[in-house]
Design a binder for this molecule. Structure first.
Ligand SMILES: Nc1ncnc2c1ncn2[C@@H]1O[C@H](COP(=O)(O)OP(=O)(O)OP(=O)(O)O)[C@@H](O)[C@H]1O
Ligand SMILES: [Mg+2]
Length: 265
């Protein structure tokens, strides 16, 4: 195995049994091969229902593949672990906990002491601009603020691998652009080596803006159709979005994905 390879998917297949009468099966993934390098930001694009969430869930150890496997640092993933943090589209904050307590929760679970927890929570709330809202409850925040809280919670866990499933899908376009820059800033400013990020999105612009490479999946059953390099400088900002390389790559990827989307419509 290549030493720089952090996550390796080999022939991953996932078949779901459907409970309704007739006992149909749904083949969500079939033969997914993918390598994610240590410290890279990899985006996954693909038509709805092609198995992107399923793939992330298998990498997180929340679901098992029917065949093939995902290895992290060369080890077959058999369940969840502290080396991975997951961030979902609907930000699943605990509504009965404050912003501070939501970010602190995972650190408690990991057995960190009070002082250490306080330092980490304060640091990440500062990074996402929520220090003044530490004692508010999720329902008292805007959608963008809730998403920032979810980001703080994910990064605070200091897991080497971050698995993100459309984390900004439910926020408005302007907030989303700002959050995209924020996630890159936090990713850049973390202590130690950069984390490995696998980021699922429906937005081609978002994938190109964020990622080092973009993996495009086929329509269901999903497999990796191709992996595309994003040769854009970092830090990325508003200028990046008007760069001709950015625009050209977005147009190219749209052509690739359009074929797949048309297969399911
Ligand atoms: N628990 C389950 N039981 C049965 N079928 C499932 C289950 N989870 C997912 N599926 C099916 O597997 C396929 C892939 O689902 P998945 O949620 O991974 O797609 P996705 O690419 O994340 O889609 P989207 O872009 O809409 O989020 C879909 O056809 C879905 O209906
Ligand atoms: Mg999904």
């Amino acid at each position: 195995m290549n030493v720089a390879c952090k996550i390796q998917a080999v022939g991953v297949r996932k078949e779901y049994e459907v409970s309704r009468k007739g006992g149909d099966r749904i083949l969500a993934l079939d033969g997914v091969d993918l390598e994610v390098h240590a410290g890279e930001f990899l985006a996954i694009l693909g038509p709805s229902g092609c198995g992107k969430s399923t793939f992330l869930n298998i990498a997180a150890g929340l679901e098992r593949s029917s065949a093939g496997e995902i290895r992290i640092d060369g080890q077959h993933v058999e369940g969840p672990g502290p080396d991975r943090a997951m961030c979902f589209q609907d930000h699943v904050l605990f509504p009965w906990k404050t912003v501070w307590e939501n970010v602190e929760f995972g650190l408690r679970v990991r057995g960190l002491g009070r002082k250490e927890r306080a330092a980490i929570v304060a640091h990440y709330l500062g990074l996402v601009g929520l220090s003044k809202f530490a004692n508010q409850y999720p329902h008292e925040l805007s959608g963008g603020m809730r998403q920032r809280c979810a980001l703080a919670r994910t990064f605070a866990l200091d897991a080497a691998t971050l698995l993100m499933d459309e984390p900004f899908a439910s926020v408005d376009a302007q907030t989303r652009n700002i959050l995209q820059e924020e996630i890159l800033r936090i990713w850049d400013q973390g202590a130690g080596p950069r984390k490995t990020v696998v980021y699922v999105t429906h937005s081609i612009e978002e994938a190109v803006f964020l990622a080092d490479r973009v993996a495009v999946m086929t329509a269901r059953p999903g497999r990796v159709l191709g992996v595309f390099d994003v040769p854009l400088y970092r830090p990325r900002n508003d200028e990046t979005r008007s760069d001709s390389f950015f625009r050209d790559l977005v147009v190219h990827l749209w052509k690739v994905i359009r074929d797949q989307v048309e297969r399911i419509s």
